[in-house]
Design a protein around this ligand. Structure first.
Ligand SMILES: C[S@@+](CC[C@H](N)C(=O)[O-])C[C@H]1O[C@@H](n2cnc3c(N)ncnc32)[C@H](O)[C@@H]1O
Length: 191
């Protein structure tokens, strides 16, 4: 139970941010139209138990640098068991610039895919995590993340949307993926 998103939601709803992992339909929407097949470097933040990771792994090129960052130790362990070949850091996403440098990618990564529950985060945490994303992404790089439909009427969800518009030169919203619990859409942003 501790190794599932549902189990961790019961223990720590705000940091987990979801009752269950993303559906295949949402995972496909998250990983499409962002150039995964051609990317040289990809990072996944808040990888959870790997619902989206599976689609990333299926699409990436063999020589693409790819790693994940997951804060929750129980979820991190479940991820490692499920994806023994994927490098994953049990760290906070705010530490991404250091991790990226340590990986020899100090010039910035091509794509950052986020599963972080932004609407559950305070203003301060949203700012520090988005700063870490901006520092780690190369100019012209792509940042993608999803938002639950109900989160868009929360003040934190509205502020997150404004932050994206402030930081990125392009922000695109996908269609709503109804086949997900709860329904969600994807933001695709270019630095
Ligand atoms: C909504 S779940 C998404 C999991 C998975 N990406 C999916 O779509 O099914 C959010 C995940 O982000 C992780 N997380 C929350 N805050 C984090 C942080 N500051 N740094 C890294 N991971 C974090 C949680 O532990 C959880 O596994």
């Amino acid at each position: 139970m501790r190794s599932t998103i549902f189990g961790q939601f019961l223990l720590n709803p705000l940091n987990t941010g979801a009752l269950c992992a993303s559906s295949t339909f949402l995972s496909k929407e998250i990983t499409k139209h962002i150039g995964i097949e051609k990317a040289k470097s990809i990072v996944e933040l808040g990888s959870g138990t790997g619902a989206v990771t599976r689609h990333i792994v299926d699409s990436v090129h063999n020589n693409t640098a790819f790693f994940a960052v997951e804060l929750n130790p129980d979820i991190y362990n479940a991820f490692k068991t499920r994806f023994p070949k994927v490098k994953v850091y049990n760290r906070c996403a705010s530490e991404l610039p250091e991790i990226v440098k340590g990986e020899g990618l100090g010039h910035g990564v091509d794509i950052i895919i986020s599963g972080l529950p932004w609407a559950s985060f305070s203003d301060k945490l949203q700012d520090s995590l988005l700063d870490a994303v901006m520092q780690s992404l190369r100019p012209g790089g792509v940042f993608t993340t999803f938002a639950y439909l109900q989160g868009t009427i929360l003040p934190t969800g509205i502020k997150f949307k404004h932050r994206l518009r402030k930081h990125f030169s392009e922000v695109h919203k996908s269609r709503v993926v109804w086949a997900n619990i709860p329904p969600a859409f994807v933001y695709r942003c270019r630095k």
